[in-house]
Design a protein around this ligand. Structure first.
Ligand code: SAH
Length: 438
C-alpha cells in the first residue's frame, strides 16, 4: 500500500455536518426563505389538490429527481458551500482505500481480462477520481486488464461536474440527451467513461459496482401502526395554511404495505421498494457474470423507525418546508437489502466504517501521507479528515459497508447457497477482514 499512491490531494475545509448525523424529522432548522413558495411546492400543491394526498415515496421522488425542478437535477449540493458533506469529499484516503478494495477483489476473483467499474450516484466524481488514481498507480498489476467506467446519474448538473473532474479536456465529450448513454468520454488516464440514468441500461459485463450515499436518497414509504392495522403516512395540503404541507395517515390500507414483514414489531417503519429493485438487479448481474458490489451508507439492520430527514446548508431541515431547496434522506435498512438479494449472491456486512477502513489499512496510509505532507496545515487537514471518517461519534459508527459477492468467491466454487453461511464474513474479503495481498 505504501507504494500505491504518492500524491496528497488537497480537499476543501470540512464543515461539521454529514447526512448520517441525526435522525429526527420535522423540527429542524429552516432556511431564511423557508416560507417561500418554491416552484416545487406549487407543483406539489397542484398535484395534491387535483388527485389527492401523495405517498412520502412519491414526495421524495418528485422533490429530489423531478426532471424539471428536482433538487438533485440542478443543484451542486456537496461540500462546504452545499448542504452536506460526504466521506470522499472529506479525505482522499477514503476513495483510495476503496480503489484498493476493488483491485484486491479483482485479484482474488481470478484477475479477469476486463472489468467495468460502475458507480451509482457519483456526486462530484471525487470517489471515482480517487479510485482511478489507485488504478493508475497499480498500472503494472492492472496493465493487461481492459477497464471501463460507467456512471449512473440522474442529475444533469452533477454529471457535468463529474465530467470536469474525470475526463480529459482535449477529447470532446459525446452527448446525446435522447440516448440511454447520454454522455461519453475518456478519463484523464485514458479509460472510456459513459453516463446513464438507470442501472439497467449499463452493459451486463463483469463489473464492480459502487454505491456510496446513494441508497439513502431512494424514496421510502412510511407506515404507522394503528388499532386498524398499518396505515401509510401521506403528504397533504394543510387546511389551516393553504401554502403549507402536512403529514396525514391514509384512511385505509395502501399497496406498499406488502413490503412490510409479517412479523414486524416496530410501530413505525420505512420501506424502500426502489432499493429492493436495484439490489435484485445487482444480485442477478453478479450471480451471472461475476464481480462484486460495495455499498456504503448510514443505516440499520431493521431496527430504526422514523429516519426521514432533510438537510439545508449543513443544518437539519423540515422535510415539508420549501421542497426542492433541501436534500431529503432516510437511513438504509441493510436487513432489507440482504432479503432482496434473495440468496442469489453472498452478502457481507454491514460493518462499521471505522472497522472497514481500519481493515483496509487507513492507519498506514495516513502515516504515509503525513510523512509526505510538507505544510502543517496539510497535516492538520489529513488528521481532521481521519477523525471525521473514523471517530465513533462522527462517521465511524454511523456509516456501514455492505458487499454482494458471488457465492463461489466465498465458498471456493461450492454450490453452497445457505444464507446463514453467507452472513459470516469470509477471512479472504478485504475490509470485512484485514487486507491481505494474495
Ligand atoms: N456518492 C456521492 C454522492 C452522494 S449524493 C458521494 O458520496 O459524494 C447522491 C447522488 O445520487 C447524487 O449524485 C445524485 O444526483 C444521485 N442520485 C440521486 N437519485 C438518483 C437516482 N434515482 N438514480 C441515479 N442517481 C441518483
Amino acid at each position: 500500500m505504501n507504494a500505491v499512491v504518492r500524491r496528497c490531494v488537497a480537499r476543501a475545509g470540512i464543515p461539521c455536518i454529514w447526512r448520517g448525523k441525526c435522525f429526527s424529522s420535522g423540527s429542524g432548522n429552516e432556511p431564511a426563505e423557508s416560507n417561500r413558495v418554491t416552484p416545487m411546492l406549487r407543483h406539489l400543491m397542484y398535484k395534491i389538490k387535483s388527485t389527492g394526498p401523495i405517498t412520502v415515496a412519491e414526495y421524495m421522488k418528485e422533490v429530489l429527481t423531478n426532471p424539471a425542478k428536482g433538487y438533485y437535477v440542478h443543484h451542486d449540493m456537496l461540500g462546504e458551500k452545499g448542504d452536506f458533506i460526504t466521506s470522499p469529499e472529506i479525505s482522499q484516503i477514503f476513495g483510495e482505500l476503496l480503489g484498493v478494495w476493488f483491485v484486491s477483489e479483482w485479484i482474488a476473483s481470478g484477475k479477469s481480462t476486463a472489468f467495468q467499474l460502475v458507480e451509482l450516484g457519483p456526486g462530484r466524481g471525487t470517489l471515482t477520481a480517487d479510485i482511478l488514481r489507485v488504478f493508475s498507480q497499480l498500472g503494472s498489476v492492472l496493465k493487461a486488464c481492459d477497464i471501463s467506467i460507467h456512471l449512473v446519474e440522474v442529475s444533469q448538473r452533477l454529471s457535468e461536474i463529474q465530467a470536469l473532474t474525470l475526463t480529459e479536456e482535449k477529447v470532446p465529450l459525446e452527448r446525446d440527451a435522447e440516448s440511454l448513454v447520454y454522455m461519453k468520454g475518456i478519463t484523464k488516464s485514458g479509460i472510456p467513461i459513459s453516463w446513464y440514468r438507470d442501472l439497467k441500461d449499463v452493459p451486463k459485463g463483469y463489473s464492480f459496482y459502487l454505491a456510496h450515499e446513494f441508497f439513502d436518497v431512494l424514496p421510502v414509504h412510511k407506515f404507522q401502526k394503528t388499532p386498524h392495522g398499518w396505515r401509510e403516512v401521506l403528504v397533504d395540503v394543510d387546511p389551516q395554511a393553504s401554502d403549507k404541507l402536512r403529514f396525514v395517515l391514509a384512511p385505509c390500507a395502501t399497496p406498499a404495505e406488502a413490503f412490510i414483514q409479517r412479523d414486524e414489531r416496530r410501530e413505525h417503519v420505512e420501506v424502500c421498494p426502489d432499493a429492493g429493485v436495484i439490489i435484485q438487479e445487482l444480485s442477478q448481474r453478479i450471480a451471472s457474470t461475476g464481480g462484486a458490489a460495495l455499498i456504503a451508507d448510514y443505516g440499520h439492520n431493521g431496527t430504526k423507525t422514523d429516519t426521514f430527514r432533510g438537510f439545508y446548508g449543513h443544518q437539519l431541515h423540515d422535510v415539508l418546508i420549501a421542497p426542492g431547496t433541501a436534500d431529503l434522506t432516510a437511513d438504509v435498512d441493510f436487513s432489507y437489502l440482504r432479503r432482496m438479494a434473495q440468496e442469489k449472491v453472498a452478502c457481507l456486512g454491514p460493518v462499521e466504517q471505522r472497522t472497514f477502513l481500519k481493515n483496509m489499512g487507513i492507519d498506514v496510509r495516513l502515516k504515509v501521507l503525513l510523512d509526505k505532507a510538507g505544510e502543517p496545515s496539510m497535516k492538520q487537514q489529513l488528521l481532521r479528515g481521519y477523525d471525521m471518517l473514523m471517530n465513533p461519534q462522527k462517521m465511524g459508527e454511523r456509516f456501514n459497508f455492505f458487499a454482494l459477492l458471488p457465492h463461489q468467491r466465498l465458498h471456493g466454487g461450492s454450490q453452497e447457497r445457505n444464507a446463514r453461511q453467507s452472513k459470516t464474513p469470509s477471512s479472504s474479503v478485504a475490509g470485512f477482514n484485514e487486507l491481505i495481498w494474495q
